[in-house]
Design a protein. Structure first.
Length: 274
């Protein structure tokens, strides 16, 4: 078979890069159109109290079911919305929709994901406050989830944004803990109300002693610091048992329920899940 020369390899690489870039631009303009045509939806996943296994909150998750070229997952469209700046409109849509959907369900807390780019917007806290007012949604029922990337990138602004949101009465959660590099000791300075242990860590408690020790340690420290601890990606009964033993406050994962449209979530409200 033939030898690939340096030049050919470069051409191959360029072609791959170009088509990835083209695909990104295509999706970017699809997102723009999709927002206009109201193709996006918000689905919800229950968060249960570890003891009672009753739903105490839900996480809002963006969905794009009506995309003409076929559905894309948030892991694919959110990063493109971020780099293109469309996350401002998309994020605002999700927040508004979720607050108005959940407004009547007085016993449920609502968690909404926020991208680093949204946090960078100096008007962000004002926009949140505007949505709360328009939807007549009580600030204390809302929690915003942020990942550590932003916090590490811009600790000054992160601190003031978190403080401003907390002044509104809104809670702030650190999402996906365990996927980054920072210690809980460092993150303590940011006054998070809640820490969510990522599924890549929490999902290992039942088959890896080191992961299990790491999870228990995290739960112990976070609880001692006054934070609420939520484990993500709970998929089986053994994980439930171990996470409860380790002192986890709340659990979320397919074991209890997958993300679903609002209507289906409402059916699960008054029963023990799992
Ligand atoms: P996330 O905030 O960490 O959300 C949890 C993700 O884990 C969701 O994926 C959920 O469907 C999935 N998940 C829940 N339980 C389990 C489980 O037991 N096993 C497994 N394997 N997965 C589980 P989804 O909905 O695909 O969202 C992926 C990510 O996209 C989210 O991760 C979040 O970072 C981002 N995202 C979703 N919606 C929004 C949004 O409205 N705004 C922003 N900024 N980001 C969003
Ligand atoms: Mg989240
Ligand atoms: Mg997460
Ligand atoms: Mg995640």
């Amino acid at each position: 078979h033939s030898k690939i020369t340096g030049k050919d390899r470069l051409t191959h690489y360029d072609a791959a890069l170009n088509s990835a870039r083209e695909r990104q631009l295509l999706i970017e303009s699809d997102i723009r159109d999709g927002l206009e045509r109201e193709e996006f939806d918000v689905w919800y996943q229950p968060i249960v109290d570890a003891r009672s296994q009753m739903m105490v909150g839900i996480e809002a998750l963006a969905r794009w079911p009506r995309r003409p070229d076929g559905e894309l997952k948030p892991d694919e469209f959110i990063p493109i919305a971020e780099t293109s700046g469309l996350i401002y409109s998309l994020g605002q849509f999700v927040l508004r929709r979720a607050c108005s959907d959940l407004q009547p369900l007085e016993d449920l807390k609502l968690s909404v994901n926020i991208s680093p780019a949204q946090f960078r917007d100096p008007e962000f806290e004002n926009k949140v406050s505007g949505v709360l007012e328009t939807c007549r949604f009580p600030a204390h029922r809302l929690q915003l989830e942020v990942t550590e990337t932003y916090v590490l990138e811009n600790p000054e602004r992160a601190r003031s944004a978190i403080d401003n949101l907390k002044a509104l009465g809104t809670a702030v959660a650190l999402d996906d803990f365990g996927t980054g590099y920072s210690s809980i000791g460092y993150l303590r300075r940011f006054n998070f109300d809640t820490i969510k242990i990522d599924k890549s860590l929490a999902g290992m408690v039942d088959d890896d002693e080191q992961a299990s020790a790491l999870v228990s340690g995290t739960i112990r420290i976070a609880s001692a610091l006054g934070m609420l601890v939520v484990a993500e990606g709970v998929e089986n009964e053994k994980q439930v048992k171990l996470l409860k033993q380790a002192g986890c406050d709340q659990l979320q994962g397919y074991y209890f329920s997958k993300p679903m449209p609002l209507h289906d979530i409402l059916q699960l409200r008054l029963q023990r899940l799992g």
